[in-house]
Every structure is written in structure tokens, then in C-alpha cells.
Design a protein around this ligand. Structure first.
Ligand SMILES: Nc1nc2c(c(=O)[nH]1)N[C@@H](CN(C=O)c1ccc(C(=O)N[C@@H](CCC(=O)O)C(=O)O)cc1)CN2
Ligand SMILES: NCC(=O)N[C@@H]1O[C@H](COP(=O)([O-])[O-])[C@@H](O)[C@H]1O
Length: 189
């Protein structure tokens, strides 16, 4: 059995796609959904899917090993950041070397780093009149968006695309590829 923990901060559409992908697979379990935003939509997904959820406490997250202990005791094999908006601290990264991955809604290294999340990314891409955008799935290190890349996929943009149009095109790539990459990585662990 391979065990996944998903970290999210928002609606959880990527979490839902990953959960759906492994339904019927008795070798993979989504053990926890952890979120730092009270009332986030991902909590509704956890409840609907019968997956234990955890509201992350900032003090504990950055000043204790409580979440490392929780994940280790649950036998988590892969930590998946799916729209998680806090920086993962060094103790968690050290406890799960090459076992934490993230999806970024742009073609890193462009449009990454502090402040580059959600609609801010797509607004910057449109402002720069980029002709393409896409996704980057990467390992997580102690800096935002600088971990080793795992996959990049592109989408073509038109000059009339709004940030919302870009978000739609990018999200389609996320939903298509993130579950596949999670499954592919689990086979290597
Ligand atoms: N140690 C790491 N932690 C995280 C990474 C990472 O690569 N290394 N990726 C992020 C996800 N992310 C981009 O993919 C990202 C998320 C959020 C931010 C950001 O600027 N956050 C704000 C706070 C926003 C909020 O609390 O609502 C901030 O830090 O001021 C940048 C990039 C997940 N964690
Ligand atoms: N830099 C991090 C970042 O911007 N992550 C982005 O947050 C969204 C979460 O959507 P979801 O909650 O519907 O999965 C996704 O588009 C993901 O790429």
C-alpha cells in the first residue's frame, strides 16, 4: 500500500482529481488532506470522500515537528502540494527527502517565487503577452518553486486570452497530468 497526504489551501480541484484517479486502486490511499485555510473548499471534498482532514496551525507548522510526526506515523510515502500557499518548512522537507511534490501553474523558472500563486501568475503571463503557458510539477526544496522539475506541459495562448482564459487552459493540464505523475512516482517508491 502507498499512502499519500495532500496539502491544499483552496477549492481542491486538483485534490479531487487525484482522489478520483485512485478510486478502485487498492494499492494507493489518500490518508489525509491538510489545509491552512478554515472553510476552504477542499475540506468539503475531504468530508464528501471520507478522508480525514487537518486544519494546519501556523505556530505548530513552523515551530514544531507535530506534522512530521503525524505524517510519519501515518506511513505517508508521498506528500502532494495541490494549491498549498504556505512555504513548507525545512523540518518537513528533511523528513521526506524527494517525497514532497508541488504543481505550479506556469512554466518555471518564469512566473515563480513569493507572490506567484493563483491568479497572480496568470495575470503576469497575460501582462507579459506570453504566447504559451503551462504547468510545472516539481520536487519541493526550501525555496519557492526552485526544486528539481519532474514534468512541464504547455498550452498555447491567444492574444485575446484573459487571465481567466489562461487559468482554464492551465487547469485542464493540471487535472490531466498531476494524477498521472503522482501514480508514476508512487511506482518508484
Ligand atoms: N518549501 C516550499 N514550500 C512550498 C513550495 C516550494 O516550492 N517550496 N511551493 C508552494 C506553492 N507555490 C507555488 O507553486 C507558492 C505558493 C504560495 C506562494 C506565496 O507567495 N505565498 C504567500 C502567502 C499566501 C497566503 O498565505 O495566502 C507568501 O508566502 O507570502 C508562492 C508560491 C507551496 N509551498
Ligand atoms: N503557486 C502555487 C499555485 O498557484 N498553485 C495553484 O493553485 C491552484 C489550486 O487549485 P485547486 O485548489 O482547485 O486545486 C492550482 O491552479 C495550482 O497550480
Amino acid at each position: 500500500m502507498k499512502n499519500i497526504a495532500i496539502f491544499a489551501s483552496g477549492n481542491g480541484s486538483n485534490a479531487q482529481k487525484i482522489i478520483d484517479h485512485f478510486k478502485g486502486n487498492d494499492q494507493v490511499s489518500v490518508k489525509f488532506i491538510l489545509c491552512n485555510k478554515p472553510g476552504a473548499g477542499v475540506f468539503n471534498i475531504a468530508e464528501k470522500e471520507g478522508i480525514p482532514s487537518v486544519l494546519i496551525n501556523r505556530e505548530d507548522f513552523y515551530k514544531s515537528d507535530n506534522y512530521v510526526v503525524l505524517l510519519k506515523e501515518a506511513g505517508i510515502d508521498l506528500v502532494v502540494l495541490a494549491g498549498f500557499l504556505w512555504k513548507v518548512p525545512a523540518n518537513l522537507i528533511e523528513a521526506f527527502p524527494n517525497r514532497i511534490i508541488n504543481i505550479h501553474p506556469a512554466l518555471l523558472p518564469k512566473y515563480g517565487g513569493k507572490g506567484m500563486y493563483g491568479h497572480f501568475v496568470h495575470e503576469a503571463v497575460v501582462a507579459a503577452r506570453e504566447q504559451e503557458s503551462g504547468i510545472t510539477i516539481h520536487y519541493v526544496n526550501e525555496h519557492y518553486d526552485e526544486g528539481a522539475p519532474i514534468l512541464q506541459e504547455k498550452c498555447v495562448l491567444s492574444e485575446n486570452d484573459t487571465p481567466e482564459d489562461v487559468a482554464r487552459k492551465v487547469q485542464a493540464l493540471e487535472h490531466q497530468w498531476f494524477p498521472i505523475i503522482v501514480e508514476r512516482l508512487l511506482t518508484t517508491l
